[in-house]
Design a protein around this ligand. Sequence first.
Ligand SMILES: Cc1cc2nc3c(=O)[nH]c(=O)nc-3n(C[C@H](O)[C@H](O)[C@H](O)COP(=O)(O)OP(=O)(O)OC[C@H]3O[C@@H](n4cnc5c(N)ncnc54)[C@H](O)[C@@H]3O)c2cc1C
Length: 396
Amino acid sequence: MPAKGVLVAVTADVVIAGGGVIGTAIAWRAAAAGLDVVLADPAYGDAASLVAAGMLAPVSEALFGEGALLRVNLLALARFPSFAAELEQVTGHRVGLRREGTLAVAFDAGDYAALTRLTAFRRSAGLEAEELDSRACRKLESFLTPDVHGGVLFPGDWSVDNRRYAAALREAAAAAGVRVVRDRVTEVLTADGADDANARVRGVALAESGEIGSDRVVVAAGSWSGAVHGLPAGLRSAVRPVKGQLLRLRHPDGMPPVLTHTIRATVRGADVYLVPRADGEVIVGATQEERGPDLTVTAGAVHDLLHDAMSVLPVTSELILAETCAGLRPGTPDNGPIVGDAGPGGLLLATGHYRNGILMSAATADAAVACLTGRAPAPEWEPFGPGRFLTRQGER
Ligand SMILES: Cc1cc2nc3c(=O)[nH]c(=O)nc-3n(C[C@H](O)[C@H](O)[C@H](O)COP(=O)(O)OP(=O)(O)OC[C@H]3O[C@@H](n4cnc5c(N)ncnc54)[C@H](O)[C@@H]3O)c2cc1C
């Protein structure tokens, strides 16, 4: 890996800007498809991919009016197991895929009414859901408070240990020959000038290490994607950071696991989730805040998350508060990802995965590699091309 400040005089078949799960998954699969790949990322540590809870939750994320997003999330879920299995086989590391499902619980009657409406909608979309009274909820998860009003089991949701998964992706990418440059992509360079409708990319400029020559560039820089110069203007403003604060708890030594399923609870209108890991970690999340690129952790968020978690699972108070963290989801105006060829020719976007980037990573890699190798992505991606944010003819 070249040190910062050293001129990188390299060329590649593909340059990828961003080494979160999206960029790294694409890098691995593109290299596995025979392409020579360079991945540029200055500071992997800030990636949302390392903060996320790791839910693979198309069902409990399914909301009114987001049918196309549901279809791409279901495609992503179906792809995940074989992708993860290959990753585990290549690296020899387990990524912690769990398939117990999500138990959504409602704290009071008002919360239950809202859950019932969502459940009816999810059933109408063909998703599996099993309504449970309070007693049945506690039969599945014995540490839930008896005060829980009722719940719904969504067996179609899974989870993965996103940190293990991200580390395995990096290892697999390296093993497949992906070269990593620790620097920031400042600009996508075009051969014929950015205003020329026939412009094609010729590489990228880096903040500190010169340029990388390539006629294919993938911008996968998560919530920072809009800061890359050379993108069409409509796309630069389409991705915004949506802050999420989240806690990582750990069982004290010798304490048996307090959870099996992912719990998504609504506590007097406030949403909280608890995601168990095989190694005893429990993730509690998450806030959703429009605060720009702010990564601070606030006392109020920690308080609220713990309060709501303890309201439904009182034993949470006995777990160790191991880590508090904040990350930036790459949000878009319609909550959908932006995946596909963008123009100038050779530019591909893979960003805007918002709340479901871990879930969508494997399917996004398939779609991106299809574009890079001249094939059409799966039809589920059709509504999520960059073109929907280019509202005016020729806008850049
Ligand atoms: C609190 C929270 C909980 C979440 N929970 C879930 C969940 O349960 N399930 C789920 O599926 N998703 C979840 N998400 C969403 C998920 O984390 C994101 O959608 C996903 O991580 C986006 O991946 P990414 O690779 O696009 O971006 P990131 O992981 O943010 O990675 C972007 C990378 O690009 C790099 N970069 C930035 N600018 C440049 C540049 N100019 N040049 C080169 N590199 C650059 C950064 O250093 C970073 O490493 C959650 C997110 C948050 C914040």
